[in-house]
Design a binder for this molecule. Sequence first.
Ligand SMILES: [Mn+2]
Length: 351
Amino acid sequence: MGEHREFSGEYVDGMTAYAGIPTFGGFPHIAWQDLVADAADVAVLGVPYDNSAANRPGCRFGPRALRSQAFTPGYHHLSLGVDITEWLSVVDAGDVHCPHGLTDISHTNARLAARRVASSVPFSVFLGGDHSITWPTAAAVAETYGWGEIGLIHFDAHADAATHMDGNLASHATPMRHLLESGALKEGHFEQIGLRGYWPPPEDFEFVASQRGRWFLMEDVRESGIDAVLDSVIDRMVASCSAVYLSVDIDVLDPSHAPGTGTPEPGGMSPIDLLHAVRRIALETPLVALDVMEVSPPFDHADVTVNNAHRVVFETLAALAYKKRHLAGGAPHLPGRSVSVVRHPPTVRLP
Ligand SMILES: [Mn+2]
């Protein structure tokens, strides 16, 4: 006869990676409308809009997938020796209302919500959504930090500097054009990394060159190495810009690492190079905002794209935490290692 067992009777509390109402990174939710000055160091805002995708859509589901499907393993960055949550308060500010088919309303809403976020907290994260959203969000950051004062570093397979695509002026192929033409980005404040393939035509590069923008093809990255490219990009940004916006189209990664996107282009970056690049930019420039765009979960496999996009944000947060601790006089906690992975001292601008 089996022994009878009783339940212990005590509720055991805790947190698992696979349960609970999802927020980005498991961070607390404060709606963007309720953000007030210094409510947090970082706020994460979703912009679920994909009406401007030129090929396969689906990135309206990006913000939700980044909350629910990405695996959040913890907050301690192994190579930086820093715990994100010890040094940064991060909130999930929810989503912008983007009604289907209504581009003007969606872009206006994105700009107003991004303005609220950027003016309330020291560091803004925007989750797309297609890349047309960088037009309103980067414009909002420029309004906050000074029109023409910010610089933009853009990782992408594509230049996104067309005047229009298929007649659509608000296409995801055009945000960089609008930001440059409007003066949000001044001449020489624009750097692109990872371009490749068959688009756009030479006229678009002539325009970027006329704005003294620069672009580094994947071929340049392959030949020079990512660090040489970053040295050049970071030097120019630090010399001329008081604040920096980082825009990452997840299709800068090779499609083997990011199948869940609308316009995949073979021959792209590896996640290790992208995360390293994002970390260096966050550490070595006065970075004030990040966006991660074009994550299209319906085309993803095994959440590989979602997890890579999530780690782009976490790498940035870890670098910001590192900078904050550095300013406070703290040192990395790296048991068993004597050499820091950080090449250059961090810049002083911080959340
Ligand atoms: Mn792209």
